[in-house]
Design a protein around this ligand. Structure first.
Ligand SMILES: [Zn+2]
Length: 118
């Protein structure tokens, strides 16, 4: 290998290394921007989560006696009950259907249990 050729090879190697380093630098900059973006999204999610947690804990703080009546039925029944009815208490959680009001249940075709007719 001639001295000129050797010099040329060394220069080419340096040039490639330099360009690799620029590329790496750009990749790193890009990753930093991604990290910032993810941090931002994480903050937003944390904020939403804390709002959700607050709303759940507010619901839990409402004493049972102050809640409006809950009306329930079973998937295998056509009767609607107060949640406090003995029949309602026998309905398994997986089969339980809840209604916001008695009229909602009636509109959907459910019949009143004796616990509601008095
Ligand atoms: Zn009932």
């Amino acid at each position: 290998m001639s001295e000129a050729k050797f010099k040329q090879n060394v220069q080419n190697s340096f040039a490639r290394t330099k360009s690799d380093m620029y590329n790496l630098y750009e990749h790193i900059q890009f990753l930093y921007r991604e990290i910032e973006e993810l941090k931002f999204r994480n903050d937003m999610m944390a904020q939403k989560l804390s709002i959700l947690r607050d709303s759940v804990s507010i619901e839990k703080k409402v004493p049972y006696t102050e809640r409006k009546d809950i009306f329930v039925s079973s998937r295998s029944s056509s009767k609607v009950h107060k949640e406090s009815c003995a029949f309602a208490k026998n309905i398994k959680a997986v089969n339980k259907i809840r209604f916001e009001s008695e009229s909602e249940a009636l509109q959907k075709g459910y019949k009143k249990c004796a616990c509601l007719s008095t």
